[in-house]
Design a protein around this ligand. Structure first.
Ligand code: PEP
Length: 254
């Protein structure tokens, strides 16, 4: 059975104290209620990572992730953070390829392929984001865009490395807009992603890959989305900043 994950992406929100207090609220509410093949992940700004890892220690189904990592191992890259540094504080995941990184920081599939390699080499599990813009969907190019993002970003990996990934399908037009993909639209793309993985690797690899949906996910729409056969959880932006909402989404799988 593949793992179900609800991952919060705090983006550039919450100062240090606000972050710690939100996380404590989340862990207090979640307690031991995360069951079975399920995991909650909080992807915070770098500044919170070490403390959140310490606070998460009593909760074996709560993990911590970063939101970016540099492609180089180390070196003269002022202001950047390496995968090794993230791993060294005990974080397990790193979001790579978020559409905001692609759009505002010019991250290309080629650069992301390097970031994925470096993250994996340092023992981090990438949550690799893909998804089409509104123009691309309106132009009926969404399947093609997703295929290219998979091919250029992660399909260079061998099967063993590939199995360490989590994929997040995030239609760019649904991120932070309040517009959610319908359960049918999301399921259609998730099934397509899984079939691409089966074609590139094999059916067993495709069947065991956790594929998250992201884009204006809320406690209200999560049950229908997560009930789809190929949707294994969510990457949650806005709603992950409210403890009640985030925990209610985590509990959809209970
Ligand atoms: C995201 O940024 O990954 C995201 C899904 O944001 P939101 O839930 O706010 O749309």
């Amino acid at each position: 059975m593949r793992k179900k994950i609800v991952a919060g992406n705090w983006k550039m929100n919450l100062d240090y104290n606000e972050g710690l207090s939100l996380f404590s609220e989340i862990t207090n509410m979640v307690k031991d209620e995360i069951t079975g093949h399920q995991e909650a992940v909080v992807c915070s700004p770098f500044i919170h990572l070490h403390s959140l890892v310490q606070l998460a220690k009593g909760y074996n189904k709560v993990s911590i992730g970063a939101q970016n990592a540099h492609q180089a191992e180390s070196g003269a890259y002022t202001g950047e953070i390496s995968a090794k540094m993230i791993k060294s504080v005990g974080a397990e995941y790193v979001i790579l390829g978020h559409s905001e990184r692609r759009q505002y920081f010019g991250e290309t599939n080629q650069l992301l392929a390097q970031k994925v390699d470096t993250a994996l080499k340092n023992g981090l599990k990438p949550i690799f984001c893909i998804g089409e813009t509104l123009d691309e969907r309106d132009g009926a190019r969404h399947f093609e865009v997703i295929q290219t993002q998979l091919q250029e970003g992660i399909f260079h990996l061998d099967a063993e490395s590939f199995a360490q990934l989590v994929i997040a399908y995030e239609p760019v037009w649904a991120i932070g807009t309040g517009k959610t993909a319908s359960a049918e639209q999301a399921q259609e793309i998730h099934a397509h992603i899984r079939s691409e993985i089966a074609a590139k690797y094999d059916q067993a690899t495709a069947d065991s890959m956790t594929i998250l949906y992201g884009g204006s996910c809320t406690p209200k729409n999560a049950p229908e989305l997560f009930a789809q056969p190929d949707i294994d959880g969510g990457l949650i932006g806005g709603a992950s900043l409210k403890s009640r909402d985030f925990v209610d989404i985590v509990k959809v799988f209970n």
